[in-house]
Design a protein around this ligand. Structure first.
Ligand code: AMP
Length: 285
């Protein structure tokens, strides 16, 4: 497995792969891998001749009071894990390589970034779309694989790719969970042992919502208030949002008619967790 840190070298390596007719699948990440990341890489492996992953904790998607400096990092561990699932190249750039002096260009997807995490993390999606646009220009993939655990990010990237006529396919992978239902996340490392039962209330709330939906409930506020109660009664939890939105526009809905997503963000102790479920899709908890 190769590790490439220079933008120019990555571009010429990918250029040669493309010139020789090879198909490139790309998995952008911030590292500190777990089974969710590996699942994306395994899916990528099935779709292409070459699998490239990037490890880059992107400063422009973190707010000033967020966890950029303490975000978990362990390159050696990530290297071994990526190799174990057949990744060919890790693109591992520095900040200077990605945002050299004089940098001033950003990509802003307007509407789908307004609601949900866009409300509590202003500027976050502008950082995400900017770095993904740059990474797509550097890695030149035919297909890029994203997790639906970050549902708003997935919708936003799809929108950007369509709006800017980027010549690649975006594939989404269902959320990978721990055996107890907790959606895997690099940030789970921050959770204290005592907070773990509280962290499980997110997936429990989604399961409850799915059960209500399966029983015929279509009123969003009825489902939301039951989910709210379930989470709020658990210690250490502070709800940022619980919403039911149209799965494409991400606008709030009152009644579930078209495909809709229930999305939640909850602080458990000092850790902000997100999770979601698209009504009617498989939910294995
Ligand atoms: P991150 O390193 O957290 O930025 O995530 C990199 C990619 O992995 C993104 O496309 C995420 O949506 C995806 N991902 C993170 N956690 C999970 C999970 N539990 N299941 C599936 N995909 C995930």
């Amino acid at each position: 497995m190769k590790v490439i840190s220079s933008v120019k070298k990555m571009q010429s390596f990918s250029g040669e792969l493309r010139d020789s007719g090879k198909r490139i699948a790309f998995v952008p990440t911030m590292g500190y891998f777990h089974e969710g990341h590996l699942q994306l890489m395994k899916e990528a492996r099935k779709m292409a001749d070459s699998v490239i992953t990037s490890i880059y904790v992107n400063p422009t998607q973190f707010g000033p009071k967020e966890d950029f400096s303490k975000y978990p990092r362990d390159f050696e561990r990530d290297h071994q894990m990526a190799e174990s699932v057949g990744v060919d190249v890790i693109f591992y750039p520095t900040d200077k390589e990605m945002y050299p002096a004089g940098y001033q260009t950003y990509v802003d997807v307007e509407k789908v970034t307004q609601n949900l995490c866009g409300l509590s993390r202003p500027g976050h999606f502008r950082g995400v779309t900017t770095v993904c646009c740059k990474l797509f220009n550097i890695v030149k993939p035919h297909v890029a694989v994203f997790g639906k655990k970050d549902f708003q990010q997935y919708v936003t990237i799809r929108r950007m790719v369509e709006d800017l006529n980027m010549d690649l396919e975006i594939v989404g992978v269902l959320t990978i969970r721990e055996a107890d239902g907790l959606a895997m996340s690099s940030r789970n490392k921050y959770l204290q042992k005592i907070e773990r039962p509280s962290a499980l209330t997110l997936s429990k709330a989604l399961k409850l919502a799915q059960k209500l939906y399966a029983g015929g409930e279509r009123n969003a506020s009825v489902i939301i208030s039951k989910a709210e109660k379930l989470i709020a009664k658990s210690p250490y939890t502070l709800i940022d949002y619980i919403k039911i939105c149209d799965a494409e526009t991400l606008k709030d809905v009152d009644t579930i008619r078209r495909p809709a997503v229930m999305a939640l963000a909850v602080k458990v102790g000092a850790t902000r967790l997100i999770d979601n479920h698209v009504f009617g899709e498989k939910l294995e908890i």
